[in-house]
Design a protein around this ligand. Structure first.
Ligand code: 0FX
Length: 249
């Protein structure tokens, strides 16, 4: 029976945790008791979106996966920073709620690479396999990147798309009554090192003004200090772009 399934959600994102809890309690009362929430071992770092998960029990999925396999039927990664071990994804239904439109820009900060590359952005719910943000797609929803979005606005639209997908698919995932499709290509994977390399600006790089605006807005995200250059005295200078859409055309 659906009610007896045990579902573990591992999240390192307080905003999404609160949204998902609210959606379950308000709209899915029957299945809400099936859910247990934990945060991952790496979640203690203070970031823009971690507030709200401090009280959750910590799990080290890399080491404690045997007990997770024993105790739960479905494991959901809701922005869990730890990569799930092979044994876990091969033995249990593991679902990833991912802030990107798979297979485009798999990996870290998809909106950053989508703004720079001018390619597709959105949210994806997929079955996890041994590769990162890879595996059969259950549902995805595209987000339009407006010309006046920085990384932050694009990301916050993606979070909304993730919650729409959660609402539309969670009952089917819990009951096992969902269909899947394979991503149309392998896509491209970006690591945190790829992102960090982007942040170091080369003052001699030649770009059109449009490319420069895209690169800087992709690296501007609220209070985060991302893009920088090193000046002739060796100082590290952070760069951030602010975009304001005029009220009149
Ligand atoms: O949790 P998350 O939204 O997502 C990341 C990966 O992008 C995702 O593919 C993976 N599945 C997930 C587990 O981890 O990341 P975040 O909360 O660390 O950051 C949210 C946004 O904030 C990010 O998209 C870009 C921005 N950001 C974050 C950091 C830490 C910056 O602009 N600079 C930063 O230094």
């Amino acid at each position: 029976m659906v009610q007896q399934k045990k579902i573990l959600v591992i999240t390192d994102n307080g905003l999404l945790y609160n949204e998902v809890k609210h959606i379950l309690d308000a709209e899915f009362k029957e299945i809400a008791p099936c859910f247990t929430f934990k945060r991952s071992k790496n979640s203690s770092k203070k970031r823009l979106y971690t507030a709200g998960i401090e009280h959750l029990e910590e799990v080290n999925i890399k080491e404690d996966y045997a007990s997770v396999i024993h105790d739960f039927d479905i494991i959901i990664s809701l922005h869990c920073k730890q990569i799930f071990p092979s044994e876990l994804v091969n033995k249990k239904l593991c679902i990833n709620i991912h802030p990107g439109y798979n297979p485009y820009n798999r990996g870290w900060y998809p909106q950053v690479f989508a703004i720079i590359g001018g390619n597709r952005l959105g949210a994806t719910i997929h079955i996890m396999d041994e590769q990162v943000d890879h595996g059969a797609i259950i549902a995805r929803k595209e987000v339009t990147i407006k010309s006046y979005y920085t990384s932050k606005e694009a990301y916050e639209e993606v979070l909304k798309a993730e919650m729409d997908l959660f609402r539309e698919n969670i009952a089917q995932i819990v009951s096992g009554n969902f269909s899947i499709s394979n991503p149309e290509t392998e896509g491209e994977y970006h690591s945190i090192d790829d992102y960090n390399r982007l942040c170091q600006l080369n003052p001699d790089e030649k770009l059109t003004m449009g490319e420069a605006i895209d690169k800087l807005r992709a690296l501007s995200h609220g209070e985060y200090k991302n893009a920088y250059f090193i000046d002739k005295d060796g100082n590290k200078i952070y760069v951030k772009l602010e975009l304001t859409k005029s009220e009149t055309k």
